[in-house]
Design a protein around this ligand. Structure first.
Ligand SMILES: [Ca+2]
Length: 184
């Protein structure tokens, strides 16, 4: 006998961010589908993103993009500074939001002084969900995910990538590609 996939069963799989008490809308809500970020893989440069001037680069054979030709490159200078990459989307009422992104970390750092902090901020959902990726991250492209449960009102979701690098103990480059906000 086939058990129907219910909304309640699907919700169990979610890593919620504090809004578990909200009732899910019926699946008949056709707006809860698709991907929201217009330029998720940086193939059109920084279009749609707030980004520093040197963040988007075109890959080569030695450092290929995860998908397509371009990706966002943060840090990698062995200079004490912060690079920021950020974009926001509107999440319709009743929709669950899933964030997926890929990161590659290339480093010679010896003091764990370089970090990539990834923030997911959603209106009315404290606390924010954070990923803190340090200089011991994967040298291959690696996917990370996060989810915000559905809410009864329209919300704004912002994903931010802040790379902080300290000078003098090695170089760390954080590469980001295919950042997707998906509704369900
Ligand atoms: Ca790309």
């Amino acid at each position: 006998m086939k058990a129907p996939v219910t909304a309640a069963a699907a919700a169990v799989l979610l890593v919620t961010t504090g809004s578990a008490s909200y009732a899910r809308e019926p699946r008949a809500d056709a707006a809860c589908a698709g991907q929201l970020i217009a330029n998720p893989g940086f193939e059109r440069g920084a279009t749609g993103w707030t980004a520093g001037p040197r963040i988007v680069v075109v890959g080569d054979e030695a450092r290929p993009a995860h998908h397509g030709r371009a990706y966002a490159a943060l840090a990698g200078l062995d200079v004490t500074h912060t690079d920021l990459l950020r974009t926001s989307v509107t999440v319709p009422a009743g929709c669950t939001l899933t964030l997926r992104f890929w990161v590659r970390t290339t480093t010679t750092e010896t003091s764990r002084g370089d970090h990539l902090n990834v923030g997911l901020a959603v209106t009315g959902v404290p606390p924010k969900t954070y990923f803190a990726l340090s200089s011991d991250g994967s040298p291959q492209w690696y996917q990370y995910t996060g989810t915000a449960a559905a809410a009864p009102t329209e919300r704004v979701a912002t994903v931010s990538f802040a790379a902080s690098e300290s000078a003098g103990n090695g170089v760390t480059a954080f590469d980001v590609d295919d950042v997707r906000f998906t509704l369900s």
